[in-house]
Every structure is written in structure tokens, then in C-alpha cells.
Design a binder for this molecule. Structure first.
Ligand code: GLC
Ligand code: CA
Length: 582
């Protein structure tokens, strides 16, 4: 076993995390001698552009349709760059647009270096990168590196024979038909093992059967991945989001899916061979991240990633050991505790991402706000609460309008996960009503209905037949109605983005939770040398007393979730206030 030599650190920041990293690489012995020295320490992350940036996620098939086939596309995105510049965002994270049979809406890639015709062409992508640049917006691609599509050339070859040079690009185990290697289940239901009679083996898939897992133990595969990423970097992308990155180092024989022992060794090699060559933002999706692990991923020495998406806060309304479909209330004080822990632990030792929504999650205003009477106020409250914290905020398309969940009948759903759970739970004897309640609350299609641009047919998303129904509330909730309105949810997001650019305290202020025990208020300060920010939010629908009146005296009120001024000592339902002392 080769042992890496530890490089002396010249900075105090992250010393501890570096030591842990060293341990990991000593345990695994995977790194090449000498390499670890350069990989152990990347280029430092101070003053990186993405620390004061706000990133906007686009789910391309639901954003804007330019050719009226009912599916959003790259030209559609280009046509909305003015809107995005007006909002003020710095970068767009695009959910996958590469060639794909669309079994999991593009998270099953069959060619990493081409665009799916449904979205346009490679030339459209180059045009998007260029035009977005003119609007001061960078393009972040979604890299799906844990698995490919079964229609990828590699897999087509891999399943031909055990001798095929691509065979080992995937995870195979010997067996006999009907007796899989173990009982592991795939995330979208069913066994994680699929039998291929031609080779007399099973392949491993953590997601659908059309998403075979890639074998990261194979250095040739890793090199192909690096070449592909470098090709995209050459094209001028601004960064990458890494799909389920904590699952790449799986070890199915030990039933390990995420956080496998080799994970951080792979990540350091990946980062060194690709990301560190340019000034990019990288964000890894890591459902299994803890603050300790996040310090490894996002160490300020830049040896792995800029940051991760962690999900501790967003999984709080789920009972441990149960599925997300088993609905449970949100433990509010725990929510504060979780945010505070991440804010404090990553301070100077890593970097947070800040998000409520993405294409896999229900709409936050329906989930933890109020999508009826107080939709506008609660959507703004949730925005103010999140955007005052330290980290890089992500806005998911339509969140800036306060778009809500949908309540479709099962025929109108498209998501593979939703359709599978419906079938699975019916078979298990659940009542249809109960299953639908779960789908209405947690189904991924809540976030995937078309962007609501105006009150015209199909919300201005397409003049064709949309691939999924538009939320019927589009006449009330749409971009056209909000962009000129200073009191809209849109205007609130716009303001929050501008404030982040204007006051460095948003980027570097130290976080402190206030009123920990309070059952209704979420309050905190952010403090830097000469500035203090104070955020106080009433998270619920009852009017409550504000115990911070003394503290806010003399501070400037920057933003409030209500249009009309209220009383200093009282917080109305879902009232949020942001104060500044300069
Ligand atoms: C991630 C994506 C999700 C996808 C899955 C498999 O969780 O966000 O949409 O289904 O990975 O690629
Ligand atoms: Ca289209």
C-alpha cells in the first residue's frame, strides 16, 4: 500500500480537515505517490466570485419552449436572459440537457458531449454560453457521473461480453438468474440488480434499471470522465453541479451506497484533473453529508468542490427510517438548530449552499409557508430567512414568483418516481386517497410544471401542448404580473440579490442564532467588523410579539415581507424583517 506524504499547511484554516483528508487517503492507499502532495492542497478559495453570487436553477424542459413542441429548450432559455438579468442572478444551473432517452428526464445520459435534440443542438449551447455571458451570467452544467444511460455506447459495449474493454466501466457481479447478489433496492423501487443473460451477470443500478452505475474503480473510466469535463470547460462553462456525487464510491458487496471509503480520494483526483484548471463553481449533491463531511468537500483549500447541497434541513419533515411519502410535521425548533449548526460549523472551514427548492422537492411556499391567504408574505418570509444566511443561495425557477404545488390526478403525473410509488403503494394495500395525499405533498412534479410567464394559454410557456400540465393558478401567479410590481415576491428576491452585492456582511458576516427556544420566531444576526445584519421571521400564521424591539432600535429596516408598515413590537403572520446597522 502506498502512503501519501502530508504537505505542510501554510494556513490555519481547515488544518483539521486536511488532517482528516490525509487519514482518508492513508486508509485507502489509492492515490499515486507524489500526486497526493499536489492533490492535497488546491488553489485557495478566498475571494471567489461564487461566494457573493446567487445561482438560478433551470429545469430546461419546463422553462420556455421556443419551437412549440411543448418542451422547453435552449433557445427558450436564451429568449429569457433579459428576465434573468433583471432578477440579478450570476449563474444558471441547468438540469441535464445532454443526449438522453429521458427515462429520468435527462439524468440518464447517453452522450455526455452532445445535446439532446429535444433541447436543441451543441451550437445552441455555445450560443447560450456566449449570450448568457453578455448578460453577466455563467452557465453551470449538471454532471451525472454516478451512472449513465443504458443506451450510452459504453454500456451497449459493456453488456456484450465480459471481455469487452468497456465491460468494467460498470459494476457487475456473477450470479444466476433469479438470485441477485444481495437484496439491495433501487431508489426508484425494485431490486438494484439487473440480470443480463448474454454475460451471465448482474449489473448494479442505484436508480432506474436504465441508469446503470458507473464503476469509479476503473482508472480508464475516470480518465474518460475527466476528458469530457475538460472539453466542457474549454467551451466556457462557469461550473458544474455534480449529481448524487456521494454515491460514486459505492461498494455493493458491503451494501455501501453513499460515502464509500474511496469517495474523497476520487473527488480530489477529479478536482485536480479538471475543476482546478479554471475559475469554476462546483456543487455536489450529497444527501449523506454532515457538517464534518462538508468541511472535507468544501475545504477552503479548494482541493475538492466549492460546496455541497446537503439535505438535513429539507428532510426534517420526514421520520428517520421512513420514506418521504410518510408525511410528518416540521419540527420547527429543530429546523433552527440544523441551520445554526451548518452556519456555525462551516464558518471559515467550508462553504454552505442555501436552498429551499430544486427539481426534486415540493414548492417551499406550499410546504412550509402558506400558499393560500398569505402566499406572498410567506414566500417573501422564506426568501428573507434563507438569503440572509452565509453561503451561496440557489433559486429554483418559479420560486421567485412564489409558485405553488399542484394537485393533479395520477394520469397527469409524469415523474418516474411518482408513478412507481403510486403502483408500489397500491400493491402494498395503501388507500389511493392516502397515496395521492403524499404525492400532492412530496411528488417531484410539483416543481416541474411549466414556468408561469403570463396569463395567456399554457402560461406563455408554449403554444403547443405542454409535456406536463400547467398549474391552473397561472392566471394569478405569473412573471408578467410581478416584474413591474414593487411589492411582488419577484421584487423581494431581486432586492435580496442586490443587497448581497452591496453589503459584504452577507458574504462574510458571522452567524448567531437568537431566540433559540422560541416556538414561532426564527431570528439571527450576521456580524462583521463594522456591520450587523439582523433577520427576524415569524414562521407561522399567528400574530406574535416581537421580543427584539430593543435590539433593532437604531437599525435601518432593509426589507419586510409586508407592503404596509406594521407595529415595531408585533410580527404579523409570516412577517419577516431584515435590519442593518452600518
Ligand atoms: C439526483 C437528481 C434526480 C435524479 C437522481 C438520479 O438526485 O437530482 O433528479 O433522479 O439524481 O440521477
Ligand atoms: Ca421545444
Amino acid at each position: 500500500m502506498r502512503i501519501c506524504s502530508r504537505k505542510k499547511s501554510d494556513s490555519d484554516l481547515g488544518k483539521e480537515a486536511k488532517a482528516r483528508k490525509h487519514e482518508i487517503c492513508r486508509e485507502t492507499g489509492l492515490c499515486r505517490e507524489g500526486d497526493m502532495q499536489r492533490m492535497g492542497k488546491g488553489r485557495e478559495n478566498d475571494n471567489k466570485w461564487w461566494k457573493s453570487a446567487v445561482i438560478y436553477q433551470i429545469y430546461p424542459r419546463s422553462f420556455a419552449d421556443s419551437n412549440q413542441d411543448g418542451i422547453g429548450d435552449l433557445q427558450g432559455i436564451i429568449s429569457k436572459l433579459d428576465y434573468l438579468e433583471e432578477l440579478g442572478i450570476d449563474a444558471i444551473w441547468l438540469s441535464p440537457v445532454c443526449k438522453s432517452p429521458q427515462d429520468d428526464n435527462g439524468y440518464d445520459i447517453s452522450d455526455y458531449q452532445d445535446i439532446d435534440p429535444m433541447f436543441g443542438t451543441l451550437r445552441d449551447m455555445e450560443e447560450l454560453i456566449g449570450k448568457a455571458g453578455e448578460h453577466h451570467i455563467r452557465i453551470i452544467l449538471d454532471l451525472v457521473l454516478n451512472h449513465s444511460s443504458d443506451e450510452h455506447f459504453w454500456f451497449q459495449e459493456a453488456k456484450k461480453s465480459r471481455e469487452n474493454p468497456y465491460h468494467d466501466y460498470y459494476v457487475w457481479r456473477d450470479g444466476t438468474e433469479g438470485a441477485p447478489p444481495n437484496g439491495m433496492r433501487a431508489a426508484f423501487g425494485g431490486s438494484a440488480w439487473e440480470w443480463v443473460p448474454e454475460v451471465g451477470q448482474y449489473y448494479f443500478h442505484q436508480f432506474s434499471v436504465k441508469q446503470p452505475d458507473l464503476n469509479w474503480e476503473n482508472p480508464k473510466l475516470r480518465q474518460e470522465i475527466y476528458d469530457m469535463i475538460n472539453w466542457w470547460i474549454q467551451k466556457g462553462v462557469g461550473g458544474f453541479r455534480l449529481d448524487v456525487i456521494d454515491q460514486i464510491a459505492k461498494e455493493p458487496d458491503r451494501q455501501i451506497t453513499n460515502n464509500g471509503p474511496q469517495l474523497h480520494t476520487y473527488l480530489r483526483e477529479l478536482s485536480w484533473e479538471t475543476f482546478q484548471k479554471a475559475d469554476l463553481v462546483t456543487v455536489g449533491e450529497a444527501w449523506g453529508a454532515t457538517p464534518e463531511l462538508a468541511k472535507l468537500y468544501s475545504n477552503p483549500d479548494n482541493s475538492e468542490l466549492s460546496m455541497v447541497f446537503q439535505f438535513e434541513h429539507i428532510c426534517l419533515d420526514q421520520i428517520p427510517g421512513k420514506e418521504k411519502w410518510d408525511l410528518a410535521p416540521l419540527p420547527f425548533r429543530k429546523l433552527k438548530e440544523v441551520f445554526a449548526r451548518w452556519q456555525t460549523q462551516l464558518y471559515n472551514e467550508g462553504w454552505n449552499s442555501l436552498f429551499w427548492n430544486n427539481h426534486d422537492l415540493p414548492r417551499i411556499v406550499s410546504r412550509w409557508g402558506n400558499d393560500g391567504e398569505y402566499r406572498t408574505e410567506s414566500a417573501k418570509m422564506l426568501a428573507i430567512l434563507l438569503h440572509g444566511m452565509q453561503g451561496t443561495p440557489y433559486i429554483y425557477q418559479g420560486e421567485e414568483l412564489g409558485m405553488t404545488n399542484v394537485r393533479f390526478a395520477i394520469e397527469d403525473y409524469r415523474d418516474i418516481e411518482t408513478l412507481n410509488i403510486y403502483k408500489e403503494r397500491l400493491e402494498k394495500g395503501y388507500k389511493e386517497e392516502e397515496i395521492m395525499r403524499s404525492i400532492h405533498a412530496k411528488g417531484r412534479d410539483n416543481a416541474r410544471t411549466p414556468m408561469q410567464w403570463d396569463d395567456g394559454e399554457h402560461a406563455g410557456f408554449t403554444r403547443g401542448e405542454p409535456w406536463i400540465r400547467v398549474n391552473p393558478n397561472y392566471r394569478e401567479i405569473n412573471a408578467a404580473k410581478q416584474t413591474g410590481d414593487a411589492q411582488s415576491v419577484f421584487a423581494c428576491y431581486q432586492r435580496l440579490i442586490r443587497l448581497r452585492k452591496e453589503y459584504p456582511v452577507f458574504t462574510d458576516g458571522e452567524f448567531r442564532l437568537l431566540l433559540e427556544e422560541d416556538e414561532a420566531l426564527f431570528a439571527y444576526t450576521r456580524t462583521s467588523a463594522d456591520t450587523q445584519l439582523l433577520v427576524v421571521c415569524n414562521f407561522f400564521g399567528q400574530t406574535v410579539r416581537c421580543p427584539l424591539a430593543e435590539q433593532t432600535e437604531g437599525m435601518e429596516l432593509l426589507l419586510c415581507s409586508y407592503a404596509a408598515q406594521g407595529q415595531e413590537a408585533v410580527l404579523r403572520p409570516y412577517e419577516a424583517r431584515m435590519y442593518l446597522k452600518n
